[in-house]
Design a protein around this ligand. Sequence first.
Ligand code: NAD
Ligand code: LMR
Length: 342
Amino acid sequence: MRTAATRAFSTSTANRTKVAVLGAAGGIGQPLSLLLKQSPLITHLSLYDIVNTPGVAADLSHINTSSKASKHIGIYVTGHLPKDGGLEEALKDAGVVVIPAGVPRKPGMTRDDLFNTNAGIVRDLATACAKTCPEAKILIIANPVNSTVPIVSEVFKQHNVYDPKRIFGVTTLDVVRASRFVSEVAGGRPEEIKITVVGGHSGATIVPLFSQTQGIKSLSKEQLDELTHRVQYGGDEVVKAKDGLGSATLSMAFAGARFTESVLRAAAGEKGVVEPTFVRSSLFEKEGVEYFSSNVELSPEGVGKIHPLGNLTPYEEELVSVAVSQLKGNITKGVQFVSESQ
Ligand code: NAD
Ligand code: LMR
C-alpha cells in the first residue's frame, strides 16, 4: 500500500535519488526521516514500517524543502505498509536503504540481547532488498550492528547479489559521542573535533583513537580511561535515563542523517568524504574477523578506500585486540543465523 503525499513526480528527473527508510515510524525512524526531508540530495523519501507510515509521510510532505534535482516539485514522500506489496513498492528503484527497524534495549540488556528479535526482522528486510533493489546501498542501524551487518551480507550472498561495497553498519553515533565527550574535557567546538572510532558497535568493541586527533590538549591516563569508557558505554547512559522507554533515538537520527548524507555526497561524485563505518574489511581478516569499522573513504560505488588504523599507542593497541576477539563471536553468530534459517 502506498500513500502518495505529493502530487507530481517526474521519474525522468536526472540524478534522482530515492532513499527508503525501513522502520520509519519508530523512535529513530521519524526524526531521521525529518532530517532526511531536508537533504538537497534526495528526490524521493520512501517510508516503510509495519505501522503508521501513511501519517508520518503525510506530515513530512507538508515541509517546504526542495531537492537539487527536483526544485519545482519538492521532495516526494510516500508511506508504505506491509499489505499489497508495500515493502516492494517502498524499495523499488531505491538508491539507498536505511534500516532502523527493530526493537531497542531496556535497562539491564546488552545489544546482543536484541539478537533473537532483530536478527529475523533484519534478515527478512534484507531479503526484500536483495530481490527488489539489489544495487542499493544498505545502511544498517538495527542492533546488534556487529551481527546484523553479517546477516544482511549473507542474505545478499544467498541471492547472488552481494557487493561488499554497498553494505554499511552505521557507527556514526560513536563518532558523534566521542567528539562531544572529549570537548567537555579538553575544550573546543565539538563539531570541529574529529575523533576516529574503530572496531564495532557495542561495549568493548568500540575503540576511540584519541591519540590521532591533533590539537586536543593531552589527556591524563584517568581522563583517557573515563572518556574511553564513556564512548564505549554511551548508549547505556541513554538507556538508563529513558528508564524502560528505549534507547538513543534523537542523537541516532542526527548521526544516521549525517552518514546517509555522506553516502549521497560521495554517490554524487564528491571526493574526500571519509566516515568510520562497519564494513567488510581485510584489516583483521588474518585474525578471522571479516568485518571491522575504520575510516572509509566513500565513493560513488559505496565503500572506496578502507584506511588502515594508523599509528596506535600501546593503550589503543590493547583496546583493539579486545575488540577483535569480541567481534569474532558477534560476526559468526550473524553468519550462522542466516545459514541455519535456510
Ligand atoms: P523503536 O521501537 O522506536 O522503532 C522501531 C520501529 O521498527 C518501529 O516503528 C517498529 O514498528 C518497526 N518495525 C518492527 N519490525 C519491523 C519490520 N519487520 N519491518 C519494518 N519495521 C519494523 O526503536 P528505535 O529506538 O527506533 O531503535 C531501532 C533500532 O535501532 C534498535 O534495534 C536499536 O537498538 C537500534 N539503534 C542503533 C543505533 C546505532 O548506533 N547503530 C543507535 C540507536 C539505536
Ligand atoms: C546506542 O549506542 O545508543 C545504540 O546502539 C542503542 C543502544 O542500545 O545503546
